[in-house]
Design a protein around this ligand. Sequence first.
Ligand code: ADP
Ligand code: ASP
Ligand code: MG
Length: 454
Amino acid sequence: MAKLIVSKFGGTSMGDAECMLRSAEVAFRQNSSMVVVSATSGTTNDLIALGTKAEKGNWSECEALLVKMQERHRKIASDLNSSVDSNKKLESLFEEMHSLAKGVQLLRDCSVKAMDALMSLGERMSSVLFTEAMATVLKNHGSLKTAQLLDAREVLKTDDAFGKAKPLTAVVATHCQRHLPQIRDMKTVIVTQGYIGSTEEGMTTTLGRGGSDYSAAILAEGIAADILEIWTDVAGIATTDPRLCPKAKPIPEISFKEASELATFGAKILHPATLLPAIRKNIPVFVGSSFDAEAKGTWVRKEVDQHPLIRAMALRKKQILVTLSTPEMLHAHGFLFQIFKIFNDHKVSIDAITTSEISVSVTLDNSELLNKKLISDLSEIADVQVEENLCLVSLIGNNINHTSGLGKDIFDTIADINVRMICLGASKHNFCFLVSEEQGAETIQRLHKKFVEA
Ligand code: ADP
Ligand code: ASP
Ligand code: MG
């Protein structure tokens, strides 16, 4: 039986008609049954700007953004020779975009719920266009398959945490069976949106920025796919972000555990949650470039042949260090529980943590600190000190916590750089530490030279 493949294409792979046709060619050659697409490059940012400006009442700037987005999508439609039906769908999405922005402007209120409704338009517009591109490619190859547009909100059910909704995996699987009984018949290519979902009551949600990778993984799990493919603008996962280190090397294969650490600790190539469904259902993940589909790319699998000490490194920017100190912690119990409870109540996730006898330091993403109430709640139980402008450097590999001399080698390489906090021991796959934001790139470049290029 042919393998069931889900292919996801990111924003740059949706950049214009040429990119869409190239991506559709890839999907055709891969024999994909389901294609999950991101918004066209830049559109999600434009939609966020639209919501923000509308809330401020800045209507002329909103109009300029509306026109810009309409022109972008109309141009692609015209270059693709889009059908009357698709053009109508597109125009009705433009109207929805206009009405939502007007509503936000009148109310001077862009709630996270309203922002999700606005942002969903990016993927909804691109998926209409990609269905056209897919149909063209199928036709050009004389294929008997048809391209069929699916509204992801019919199957990708989530909780109501607007802006960062959590997929309800069991419900998604049931909806996939109900709405996609034909998925294994190999007669259709389903085109659907990444990033968006809906609550069981039908309210539109989004999974958080960069969430299309995660959508594709959730849908792959929902339809019990054999392979998940993430097609982007680089030929697979590299030893570090090639934008940071031009000498970054492609990684042919990497384990689920290492790739999860890499994604969680800042490698933008994969949304941090992408591998969770793949791990649950043991679905191998391929990462490749839609611009260079022949390049080898990276396989992410449960088992891999090589287990190098250092496979890759990542930089997670905009980190803050929150240090909580109180003498009450001395010989007392329950203090860490209280701290974690407060973070939990505020739904704030902690990345790294270290403790001493009377203090605890945790790292958070900058954006989490917008939550002023969190700091005031923490201040009730301890002195709170906040340090900003930091970044988390992570080295990812194998047996990291059982290798003597590794710490020395790392810190000798960056002896003149101040290290603010170190986390080692919890994972055999990760060694991470904090340095100042300005020294992050330099730190990675030196470590890459020492451990990868050498
Ligand atoms: P898409 O729009 O396709 O989802 P993203 O911009 O989200 O693409 O992710 C691809 C980018 O991730 C690459 O252009 C690259 O700069 C960045 N990146 C970060 N870390 C890595 C890494 N280790 N390997 C490859 N790319 C990386
Ligand atoms: N379009 C969304 C974003 O820009 C989701 C994605 O591309 O993965 O964040
Ligand atoms: Mg992405």
